[in-house]
Design a protein around this ligand. Structure first.
Ligand SMILES: NC(=O)c1ccc[n+]([C@@H]2O[C@H](COP(=O)([O-])OP(=O)(O)OC[C@H]3O[C@@H](n4cnc5c(N)ncnc54)[C@H](O)[C@@H]3O)[C@@H](O)[C@H]2O)c1
Length: 249
């Protein structure tokens, strides 16, 4: 028996990296998938094919998670097509580097609005129907930089710390009503997001990582499958850390 048979998952930012890996891992476990990403559908062709290979349905919805109307429309299209959304993975995120002393307000706003406001907007749009059914899972992709801070990444760290705080608060609000909310805070994972880092940052990070290497998407997806499936039924408001030892709590 597949772990997510009959379930429908909305995964934001699923055209690339960690979101793409989670989408395909969920599809392998039998879930129908809504790929909600700001890229166009052609740029999401690979993930859509990867999902459909598993004989489950895939719907692409062009979405900007930081935009209220865009998120409202994404939720309506997902519900129209599938009738319910059981799992929401708030994964869409961006990273830029800047010292606070030089940071442009636009840069702050873009990062916080995508990573934190986006998580709030998508959650607000889809949690009502989960609560009505008394059944749902929300998985927020935070970052270890939300736990330990990151040099030249104050906006990113603040947004991800905010995601962790939102995860805990929401978990307190809804857990007795059948909706479980948790976060994943990955360490440095090889995706296009990490490619934007400088060589200096990469060598410094490698030197301090206890495991001595960056992680792969496939080392994050099993945690998402756990939190989305029956085996994750006693996780509430947690932040799980596939991070190579970068953070030890
Ligand atoms: N890669 C890492 O080392 C790492 C570490 C910790 C946390 N994370 C987090 O994991 C998540 C995924 O990152 P990734 O490494 O896979 O990056 P990625 O750049 O490969 O993928 C991010 C995806 O999000 C989409 N996206 C960006 N802004 C969007 C918006 N406004 N609306 C809808 N979609 C949007 C992009 O189009 C892209 O498909 C992010 O939240 C990131 O902060 C990544």
């Amino acid at each position: 028996m597949k772990k997510l048979e009959g379930r429908t998952a909305v995964i934001t930012g699923a055209a690339s990296g960690i979101g793409k890996g989670i989408a395909i891992a969920f599809a392998r476990e039998g879930a129908a998938i809504v790929v909600a990403d700001r890229v166009n559908e052609a740029q999401a062709a690979e993930v859509l094919a990867g999902i459909r290979q598993n004989d489950v349905e895939a719907l692409f919805v062009h979405t900007d998670v930081s935009d209220e109307e865009s998120v409202r429309s994404m939720a309506a299209q997902a519900l129209d097509r599938f009738g319910k959304v059981d799992i929401l993975v708030n994964n869409a995120g961006i990273f830029t580097e800047s010292l606070i002393e030089n940071m442009a307000i636009d840069d702050w706003d873009r990062v916080v609005n995508t990573n934190l406001r986006g998580t709030f907007l998508c959650t607000r749009a889809l949690i009502g129907q989960m609560l009505e059914r008394g059944d749902g899972r929300i998985i927020n992709i935070a970052s270890q930089l939300g736990q330990i801070g990151g040099g030249a990444a104050g906006h990113y760290s603040a947004s991800k710390a905010g995601v962790i705080g939102l995860t805990k608060s929401l978990a307190r609000e809804v857990s007795t009503r059948g909706v479980l909310v948790n976060a994943i805070a990955p360490g440095p994972i090889q995706t296009p997001l990490l490619d934007s880092e400088t060589e200096e940052w990469r060598s410094g990070k490698l030197a301090e990582l206890p495991i001595g290497r960056f992680g792969t998407v496939d080392e994050v997806t099993p945690t998402a499958v756990l939190l989305a499936s029956a085996g994750g039924s006693y996780y509430v408001g947690q932040t799980l850390g596939p991070n190579g030892g970068d953070v030890m709590l």
